[in-house]
Design a protein around this ligand. Sequence first.
Ligand SMILES: Cc1cc2nc3c(=O)[nH]c(=O)nc-3n(C[C@H](O)[C@H](O)[C@H](O)COP(=O)(O)O)c2cc1C
Length: 268
Amino acid sequence: MLAKLHLIYFSPTGTTRRIVEQIALGIKARIIEHHDLTLDLSGIDTKLNDGMAIIGVPVYAGRVPEICLQRMQNLSANQIPAVIVVLYGNREFEDALVELRDFVLTKGFIPNAAAAFIGEHSYSTATHPIAANRPDHDDLNKACQFGEVITQGIKDWYQMNPPVIAGSIPYRERTPLGGISPNLIQERCTLCGTCVKACPTNVITISGCITTNVKDCILCCACVKGCPEQARVLDHPALNARREMLATHYQTRKEPSIFIGAAVENVI
Ligand SMILES: Cc1cc2nc3c(=O)[nH]c(=O)nc-3n(C[C@H](O)[C@H](O)[C@H](O)COP(=O)(O)O)c2cc1C
């Protein structure tokens, strides 16, 4: 059994974390160490010298969110194996997985297994469901099986050819964020502070009322999905149009995509 597995992830609405944990369940390790970067404003500042890592991020506009790259800027590894994972909302993952691969290579990881899984879209609502309730039972099973396959290939990790991963270089242009944030429905708000605690960028403050620093909101929707009173809503004309488009054109269920190095492929 693997001695140590590092789970490194950013996951405002929890879907990336669930998939990373499920892959870990399939890999099995004596020690599983969590590095949850979601609320970690200063990011991870560590050099990993042993074990294996699973690194998971959500897809934002076909890319790795900049906040994830910032929070992993001071992460490095001494040529240890890594499984890289992106989580997307049933539209496309585009260049996110190649971007994550290139990033972790510069940090000293050997990413010979990669995957794109599907999770409920952050903009999904009851009236406009987009991959609602995913990852579901099937997704979780696939994540666990992916982990089991990786286990069988670990011994060949340093000999295998890296996988060819879907995505393009140069990566697609980033879509600028900023200027929009979820609204507050005052009558519903009980000032419980759940949104303040859930926000990965610390843009929500509470003092007699809730205020949001719109400029630095990344639209992750942790506050929307976490609010026990449904008092936070993403209700902005541009995002309503986006949600409508996604709910109309991206209803067909996508399945996880898995990319593994040649020697691991042979054990499937
Ligand atoms: C700003 C933003 C941009 C997004 N862009 C995409 C995208 O390009 N393609 C896609 O399929 N899903 C996209 N999504 C959906 C997320 O990838 C998806 O909801 C993911 O499951 C969130 O991960 P988490 O639960 O770990 O926070 C986007 C979500 C947000 C908030």
